[in-house]
Design a protein around this ligand. Structure first.
Ligand code: SF4
Length: 202
């Protein structure tokens, strides 16, 4: 849709507002690296550990040297092998971990710690950097307004599923539903409640 809008109308957004469902790393990478669009999309982070040991966020990534620095001050490097087509593994040295006093909080059941990093993590970092900014909050408010309209279309105008076939049918049905929705809004905006009746007590 973004490319079609750009080709047809010469319009390209500076930012894209969406929910976490659009926060997959390849999608974010496409937006950031290929299209130069700021993703105002919350990033769903599954790297948080619940057992009290260090999470990935406790390790600092150094983009210049392409290494992680652990809480114990050691470096975790990668061989560059991509696992399952999307993940790099950054490993600490077993020699470092063996003598580290933080090992019980870090990798109590493994000989040494490893940190997985998506090959598109940079784009996720860019998306994370917008979280909490005034621009991001503004986008969130705008997204809620739009989503409310879609919820209304589904619930009140019963547009949970389309009845006409093909893209042309879908377009016709959607345009008609949007007209109906806009008329309802217009009516609620211009309609004035009747003036209150004066109560006269004799
Ligand atoms: S156990 Fe290893 S990775 Fe963890 S803090 Fe210590 S040296 Fe760093």
């Amino acid at each position: 849709m973004i490319e079609r809008t750009e080709e047809r109308f010469g319009l390209k957004p500076e930012r894209l507002v969406a929910d976490t469902a659009y926060g997959a790393a390849p999608m974010l990478n496409w937006l950031v690296e290929e299209k130069g669009i700021a993703p105002h999309i919350p990033v769903f982070d599954k790297s948080k550990r619940g057992d009290g040991t260090f999470s990935r966020s406790d390790f600092r990534y150094d983009a210049t040297d392409n290494v992680y620095h652990c809480p114990g001050g050691k470096r975790l490097g990668t061989s560059g092998t991509v696992h399952e087509g999307k993940t790099l593994l950054y490993r600490a040295s077993k020699l470092d971990c063996d003598v580290c006093p933080l090992k019980p909080q870090c990798c109590p059941k493994e000989p040494s710690r490893k940190i997985p990093r998506d090959i598109h993590e940079h784009a996720r970092d860019v998306a994370r950097s917008f979280a909490g900014t005034e621009g991001f909050e503004q986008s969130r408010r705008e997204r809620k307004k739009i989503e409310m309209r879609f919820a209304h279309l589904k619930r009140i105008l019963k547009l949970g599923r389309l009845r006409l076939r093909g893209p042309g049918g879908a377009q016709d049905e959607f345009v008609l539903a949007a007209i109906a929705q806009n008329l309802r809004r217009l009516a609620s905006l211009v309609a004035r409640p009747p003036p209150p009746q004066a109560l006269c007590l004799a």
